[in-house]
Each structure stands twice: as C-alpha cells, then as structure tokens.
Write a protein that binds this ligand. Sequence first.
Ligand SMILES: [Zn+2]
Length: 192
Amino acid sequence: MPKTVKQDSPAYQNFVEGQKIVGEHPIFESLLRGASIYSHKETSSFSGERFAYVCKNGDINCFIQHRVEPVVWARILAHCLLHLGMNHFVEKEHPQLWNIACDLVVEKFLSDLKFGSPCTDFILPPGINNEERLYCRLVDQGIYAVLGTEYESFGTAGVNELDMREISKIVPPWQKKDWPKLFARGLHDGVH
Ligand SMILES: [Zn+2]
C-alpha cells in the first residue's frame, strides 16, 4: 500500500502549489473540480520514476517523493485531466500504443498552450494532430519499433507504465461525469 505523505514537506508544498496553478486556469478549473486528487509516497518496491496516473472514474493518484517545481506538477495534473477531458478512456487492441498516442496529443496541446513545465526533455515528434490517426500510425510501425523509444517518455507514470488506468472498469453512476463537457466548458471560458 502507498504510504501517506508528510504534508509539511517542501515536496508536498510544491505539489499543492501546482494544484493551485491548475485550478486557477479557466481551461482546467472545471475538470479539476470534478476529479479527486490523491497523494502518496512511493513504495520501495517501485524502482521507476513516476509522478501520477489517472483512473476512468476521475481519481488521480500522485506520487510525491520527487521534489519538482510547482509548474511541473501543474503540467502533470493538467496532463491527467486532459486524458479525461479528451475522452481517452477507450479500450484498444494495443493499450500501450493508445496510451502513447494520447500522451503525445495531450503534451502537444499543453505545449501549444505553454502551460506548466514538461517533466521530460524530449522534443515532441512532428505530425501530432489526432490521437486515432496517430494510434493507427504507431500500430503500422509495430509495437516493437515504438516501445523503448522516447515516445514512451511523455506519459506521467514513468517509462513502460500506463498513466491511464482502469480503462475497462465500469464506473458506477454516482461517479460518472461528462468529462468532455467539462473540458468544452473550460475551453469556452478559456477563450472568452
Ligand atoms: Zn498520459
């Protein structure tokens, strides 16, 4: 089980500041209010570097052991929220390639918006427009040509880890939210 986080630690304070940046942006405000953010301390059994993953019901699980700047946390949280808002929780034959295609589209959106600071130094590849088309392109290239490349570095859960979880899980009615609608509202508010 994940351990609880010391709430007075500088790492946790940066995480809280990051949430504040997201909540103050009109595009993300409604999405953030709909989501549930949880903070954990990484267990010693996990050797990779991960920051967060998002579940279909809107739960975002964050791992606070790395001290990163609030603008990095803002980018990570916005990334997770956009998977919900862009309706990325769809079952596909190749879940890893679908997650990568969605990561690239999300990061392209955030880069164009100049929101927060990315947690990877890699430059986004060209030709990112639509996640379905990108997914088909990655499937054509073949899973072994894609996995192990920098394409895997744009998610928030670390290399080889999906940052969208519980895609096939049925969300109970009381937890269901119209995420694309919340995103559309944010986009509307963000440009007016
Ligand atoms: Zn992602």
